[in-house]
Write a protein that binds this ligand. Structure first.
Ligand SMILES: NC(=O)c1ccc[n+]([C@@H]2O[C@H](COP(=O)([O-])OP(=O)(O)OC[C@H]3O[C@@H](n4cnc5c(N)ncnc54)[C@H](OP(=O)(O)O)[C@@H]3O)[C@@H](O)[C@H]2O)c1
Length: 293
């Protein structure tokens, strides 16, 4: 196919896209796994990225994409199908002699998770472990990007309120840009990270009152946190955002997990792996202030 030896799935998404940016900046030859050969594929080709086209539902597509690959990033969205996708990805990696996988999971991934997506993440981690292909599991807390996701950012800015169902729980938001850098470094230098599970946090743990204050400071407008019930948030996800049922089920369950402290904590894994500290919430908001218009 080409001399690329790093494969990135989810390449049109946030963490995969950020990983590609970093790998290209590092001068690595990268192959992106995309669902269609569209304008986004053309844009990646113009940046020197090779393209393999396929879906997670077809092991032969995945196997072809793995030819000549040494390390690969597995990214599946919050959607049904992750366990079979992980099994296909692991088997294809094994057949192709891939020596390292970086697997996107999440901090709430546990055997006992009530979120179907979080439990499926946990089982997918085990599938990679059983495969024998050395895998590094990433378990991030909630992304800082929540604040700038178009439907949330639009609503926060219009109402000058953050209406999330997170009570007084805390987390240290982590940007997808920082995760992309972690993924890129692990793919480029996997030695020593085999079989590790890394929880990923931003630098400062905050509740949403503190997050709102930080946003107010950077954006120059008073934004407050107006906590909602989980039931109200569920109705909004169904009726206003029109999120698919699998995602709604996940977000309802993890909202409760968040209140119970499952998403809390901070660490310096980003800095240890990449040499550069993770973005704080004010730095993230300043970088993405264009989302608040
Ligand atoms: N958001 C959070 O706070 C949070 C916290 C912890 C962990 N996570 C984890 O992060 C992951 C999401 O990461 P992200 O934000 O980088 O994702 P994202 O931006 O939503 O991107 C999803 C990517 O997956 C691709 N994709 C979807 N279905 C596919 C299929 N059947 N076959 C091949 N590719 C497919 C999409 O391609 P198209 O462009 O073609 O659709 C896109 O490139 C999830 O696993 C989630 O559990 C999220």
């Amino acid at each position: 196919m080409s001399e690329s030896d790093i494969l990135v799935s989810g390449a049109t998404g946030r963490t995969g896209g950020a990983a590609i940016d970093e790998l290209v900046a590092m001068g690595k030859r990268v192959r992106a796994y995309l669902r269609s050969d569209d304008e986004r594929a053309a844009a990646l080709r113009r940046r020197g990225v090779d393209i393999a086209v396929g879906d997670f539902t077809d092991i032969d597509d995945i196997r072809a994409a793995m030819e000549g690959i040494k390390s690969a990033y597995f990214l599946h969205p919050i959607a049904p199908g992750i366990i079979s996708a992980a099994a296909y990805f692991a088997q294809a990696a094994k057949e192709a002699g891939v020596s390292a996988i970086v697997n996107m999971s999440q901090i709430s991934a546990r055997r006992e998770s009530t979120s179907h997506a979080a439990q499926d993440h946990w089982i997918s981690e085990r599938v990679f472990d059983w495969s024998g292909v050395a895998t590094t599991h990433l378990r991030p807390t909630f992304f800082a990007d929540w604040l700038a996701y178009p439907h949330f950012a639009k609503e926060i800015w219009a109402k000058k309120k953050i209406e999330f169902p997170f009570g007084n729980g805390r987390h240290a938001p982590i940007s997808t840009d920082d995760q992309g850098r972690v993924i890129a470094h692990l793919l480029a230098n996997p030695a020593g990270h085999e079989g590790k599970i890394y929880t990923l946090h931003g630098p400062v743990e905050m509740n949403h009152t503190e997050i709102a204050a930080a946003m107010s400071e950077v954006l120059g407008a008073e934004i407050t946190y107006a906590p909602t019930s989980i039931e109200e948030f569920k109705r909004k996800m169904e009726d206003l955002y029109r999120f698919p049922p699998f995602l709604v089920q996940h977000l309802v369950e993890v909202a409760q997990n968040y209140r119970e402290g499952i998403f809390a904590g901070t660490n310096d894994v980003v800095e240890k792996i990449t040499g550069t500290p993770a973005l704080s919430v004010p730095a993230f908001i300043a970088k993405y202030r264009g989302a608040f218009v």
